[in-house]
Design a protein around this ligand. Structure first.
Ligand code: 2RA
Length: 342
């Protein structure tokens, strides 16, 4: 008997990717329901070669499903995830609402799979996209040489902020070419042909919440002793996040050894030749499942320190794929149907 699955937020960037990846997954699935807000009821979304008609979140009976993949934003998740869990389904939530709750496991299967069954509230949290690709690359290196500190600069595509941001990049770009005047809508400043060092809100510390997430989530998922300092930047690309990492270790690890280690590690594709085109760019990662690592090299200014470039599809491994992989992990751990039923 397969699982009965609801995808909540089925019409968003991540929700549509969840349905696509679910249709390609080895997960035994008996039923899939596309659940959305009232304004999207009746909309048709694709589940592989099938069409699903979106049903109303307010009216859907969650006692009829085993797993709910949520990508409906933090406010909706705060209200609905406990309700869905109480109805008997396991919630795997892509928002930031539950990531720091000690009773909610924060999971990247390649990094901390053993924590997946600790869902005391029936909720499992999917980490932030920029954190996921980074910890996938850090995990094998940390196991080998113990990471002390990571300095990361991110180059995050506009899809991380949703379809509205993608539409705005397109409009601004067209506006520039056609000499039409435009006023930024969802962005604070022009994003076309520009970069903006600001993702999410500013905190009292002066860092943005996106930068804070990369620090605190890495500590939860990988090791609380690792220090992370981030600068998160929005760049005018549509899909795919890139990150420049400077990693300081307790122990020595050569670039060559790191290259070999990463090449053999789960979820990672190393593309690293010291020649023209010997590296991955965000355009090439779109639609791919892997976390790509390039430009692996020693930092000549500091002992036991490596630099590298990490690229991944933020809608796939950064969100939808990781969520489906968590569901696959639950199935591998023999999650019973209606695991939460009282
Ligand atoms: C972004 N990581 O890129 C944030 C949320 N997906 O906008």
């Amino acid at each position: 008997m397969g699982y009965r699955i609801a995808v909540v937020g089925a019409t968003g960037n991540v929700g549509t990717e969840m349905l696509t990846i679910l249709s390609e997954s080895d997960l035994q699935v008996d039923e899939v329901h596309a659940v959305a807000s009232r304004k999207s009821v009746g909309r048709i979304v694709s589940y592989g070669d099938k069409d699903l008609k979106c049903v109303d979140l307010d009216k859907f009976d969650f006692t009829t499903v085993d797993i709910a993949l949520m990508s409906a934003g933090g406010d909706v998740s705060k209200i609905w995830s406990p309700k869905i869990a109480a109805a008997g389904a396991i919630v795997i939530d892509n928002s930031s609402a539950w990531r720091m709750d000690p009773d909610v496991p924060l999971i990247v299967p390649e990094v901390n799979a053993d924590e997946v069954m600790n869902f005391k509230k029936g909720i499992i949290a999917n980490p932030n996209c920029s954190t996921i690709q980074m910890v996938v690359a850090l995990k094998p290196l940390h196991d080998r040489a113990t990471i002390k500190r990571v300095v990361v600069s991110t180059y995050q595509s506009v899809s991380g902020g949703g379809k509205k941001n993608m539409d705005e990049l397109w409009l601004q770009t067209k506006g520039i070419y056609s000499n039409d005047h435009f006023q930024p809508i969802n962005f604070t400043k022009q994003i076309a042909f520009n970069v903006i060092p600001h993702i999410d809100i500013f905190m009292d510390s002066g860092e943005t919440k996106e930068e804070w997430k990369m620090n605190v989530e890495t500590k939860r998922i990988l090791d609380p002793k690792i220090k992370v300092t981030a600068t998160c930047v929005r760049v005018p690309t549509f899909v795919g996040h890139a990150e420049a990492l400077n990693i300081e270790f307790e122990n020595e690890l050569s670039a060559e050894d790191a290259h070999e280690l990463l090449r053999e590690s789960p979820g990672i594709m190393v593309v690293d030749k010291r020649e023209d085109g010997g590296y991955v760019t965000p355009v090439e990662c779109v639609g791919e499942f892997a976390t790509f690592v390039s430009r692996i090299r020693e930092d000549s200014t500091q002992d036991n320190t490596l630099n590298m470039w990490v690229v991944s599809d933020n809608l796939r491994k950064g969100a939808a794929l990781n969520t489906v992989q968590i569901a696959e992990l639950l199935a591998n751990r023999k999650l019973p149907r209606n695991a939460q039923s009282k």
